[in-house]
Unconditional design. Structure first.
Length: 642
């Protein structure tokens, strides 16, 4: 696991370019504290810099940038290729005679690029990666990103230099970096809490799309992007050729896929462990890890004194049952809040999923004992784990026969009553205790009722605010509309959108930055593409069955863990954000939401933001989600001006 940066320049390179490349890599030293390397070809105008976190082949034979044996290719690589030993065997079986100098997956990648070419090699890889590859023969730079978007990769022409790197801070280290903030990206961030690819917060910088490779050269400076793997194609194949076996056969095959993927991802030359929340996904990963290990797997969890957010007791029970070497750390509110000023640096681009705080803390805990940690990310998106799938599916079935105008009128009636009045009335309604603000939920339902179709329902459910674009100081053009996949029911469609948008934009961004901030490699076995493809071949009623979400995962897990330890309501990895903003974070928030400051910056409508803030402080509304988005942008903006 590493980080890299580089440039392709229209101007001649000099000795100062080497210093610049070092500076770009030093900006992301947390991604690779073990070693550094710089390479450049002044004639070609290309330069790479690399920071290494040694995981496989910790010797100098794994150092980067690395050149292929034939001399054609030079690579800077971030990630892991889990099947690289199998690829070496494939090369040997095909009579490819290679004098290996070490056993790193980087060297394997280069050999495959020479033997098979770029796109053919990408289709062979099982792994998470971002790759920069220079082809000396064609004078062409290729940037590549893994199928699901586990590893980040940014790029853009800034003046006469095409800059690229693992994080934005590497690009910002270049003197040529100058870019306005992208107003559409800001609108998307305010709505979702992350900036979706291919956008970045900067207008002149983009992200390589998951499952794509991008090529650029001085003779053809306009970057050309091409998909080598597509979620849409995976979805279509799953619908056209669904799994034909029984539910029990599906469970058996799923266990085989998981066993294989986890076994590959346990390959490392450094200590390895796993995050354990006690939920289905992480418990299953840990159980299958322990089943393949002669030693006790190290597991880690974070606990909170607030019972609403504390999963640590469940994780401890599962760890004891499986027999792992478990470590937990109970965090006080003060310790959690102490991480808030670090968020803008850690995520480097505005990012506002509040579970970023416990994710960083559990990563920090794990890094004290291991260098690699596996996680259960991806299980919800692939196996129908989110409650919103079922809720939204039911809503649309009930709503769709009702004319849009009638539904919109009912929505207007709901919003005519202030949320606090709904809350007051709800005290007399049975079964509303513990639901939080009933008024806020009814107002959100009102927006859903106005939906014209599943796209609108999904957009409303995943948005932090019904009209976040109104918080902008400058209006934006129409936002891009989601394209539906043919042949999917509403629940499947939401799962497909989550896999394309929410998973890489939120979940994987959260994991990558939190883990890499403490030089920890995070791995997600559910995202092996063989599992993704198999999951999409399963009929929906294999995933939601007998009233259970994630049915096949649970059937595998029950073979290793008592059902009584698992069957409980789903709990999010959250924090008491509403209370924090009113209480210990109020002074920090008010400084960032200063009206004069926002007007001077010119990005947000200060009056609209202040209205949200005052309603939240008064208890009239719970605006914690959208306010956290605004605050994360303001904190990031402040950091950029330092």
């Amino acid at each position: 696991m590493c980080g890299f940066a580089g440039l392709l320049s229209k101007l001649p390179l000099s000795s100062d370019t080497g210093l610049l490349l070092e500076k770009m890599a030093s900006a992301i030293i947390h991604r690779g504290p073990d070693a550094a390397g710089v390479w450049m070809d002044g004639t070609a105008g290309i330069g790479f810099s690399h920071r290494r976190l040694s995981i496989m082949d910790t010797s100098s034979h794994g150092a980067q940038p690395m050149h292929s044996h034939g001399g054609r290719y030079t690579i800077a690589f971030n990630g892991e290729i889990y099947n690289h030993l199998e690829l070496r065997q494939k090369l040997a079986d095909e009579q490819q005679v290679i004098a290996w100098t070490g056993h790193s997956d980087t060297e394997t990648l280069l050999a495959c690029f020479e033997a098979y070419g770029i796109e053919a090699t990408l289709t062979l890889l099982h792994g998470m990666f971002a790759i920069a590859l220079w082809d000396a023969e064609t004078a062409q730079l290729t940037l590549m990103r893994d199928r699901l978007g586990e590893k980040p990769l940014y790029y853009g022409w800034l003046g006469d230099q095409f800059l690229f790197g693992s994080e934005l801070k590497a690009l910002r280290a270049a003197p040529s970096f100058a870019s306005p903030i992208d107003n559409l990206a800001l609108a998307q961030f305010l709505q979702y809490g992350y900036v979706p690819a291919p956008l970045s917060i900067y207008a002149k910088v983009s992200k390589v799309m998951p499952g794509h490779y991008l090529q650029v050269s001085l003779s053809e400076p306009q970057p050309r992007s091409k998909a080598y793997w597509s979620i849409d194609e995976v979805v279509a194949c799953g619908i056209q050729a669904p799994f034909a076996g029984s539910p029990d056969e599906a469970v058996a095959q799923l266990e085989q896929h998981l066993h294989s993927a986890i076994g590959k991802q346990m390959l490392a030359d450094v200590p390895l462990g796993a995050f354990l929340s006690g939920g289905v996904d992480s418990s299953l990963i840990v159980a299958l890890m322990q089943a393949q290990s002669a030693e006790r797997i190290k597991t880690f969890s974070i606990g909170f004194s607030d019972a609403r957010f504390n999963e640590a007791p469940y994780a401890k029970e599962v760890a004891q049952h499986i027999g792992t070497e478990h470590e937990e750390l109970y965090i006080t509110a003060e310790q959690a809040l102490a991480t808030v000023p670090m968020i803008a640096d850690i995520w480097d681009e505005p990012f506002a999923d509040p579970s970023q705080i416990p994710t960083y803390l559990v990563s920090k805990l794990a890094r004290g004992k291991v260098t690699v940690s596996l996680s259960g990310d991806g299980g919800d998106e692939l196996f129908c784990g989110y409650n919103r799938y079922l809720v939204a599916g039911k809503l649309w079935r009930y709503m769709s026969p009702v004319p849009t105008g009638l539904r919109a009128g009912l929505g207007s009636l709901l919003t005519a009553v202030e949320p606090e009045r709904w809350d007051a009335m709800s005290r007399w309604i049975p079964k509303t205790k513990g639901l939080g603000s009933v008024g806020d939920k009814l107002h959100k339902l009102a927006n859903v009722l106005k939906a014209r179709g599943p796209q609108d329902i999904y957009g409303s459910i995943v948005s932090s605010h019904s009209a976040s674009s109104r918080l902008l100081a400058k209006p934006i053009a129409a936002e891009p509309e989601r394209v539906a996949n043919p042949g999917l029911c509403n629940v499947q469609q939401m799962m497909a959108w989550d896999l394309k948008e929410y998973l890489p934009g939120d979940i994987l961004t959260k994991l990558d930055r939190a883990a890499m901030a403490v030089s920890l490699e995070g791995r997600a076995p559910f995202l092996d593409h063989s599992i993704v493809e198999f999951a999409w071949s399963l009929p929906l009623d294999y995933k939601f069955r007998d009233g259970q979400t994630k049915w096949p995962l649970k059937q595998v897990l029950y073979k290793y863990v008592d059902r009584s330890l698992i069957d409980r309501p789903k709990m999010g990895f959250g924090v008491p954000l509403r209370e924090w903003l009113i209480g210990p974070l109020r002074e920090w928030a008010e400084a960032l939401l200063n009206t004069e400051r926002m007007r001077a910056d010119g990005y947000l409508d200060a009056k609209a933001v202040q209205q949200l803030w005052q309603e939240h402080l008064s208890g009239k509304r719970n605006h914690a989600a959208i306010l956290w988005n605004v605050l994360m942008f303001q904190a990031w903006l402040t950091r950029q001006s330092l």
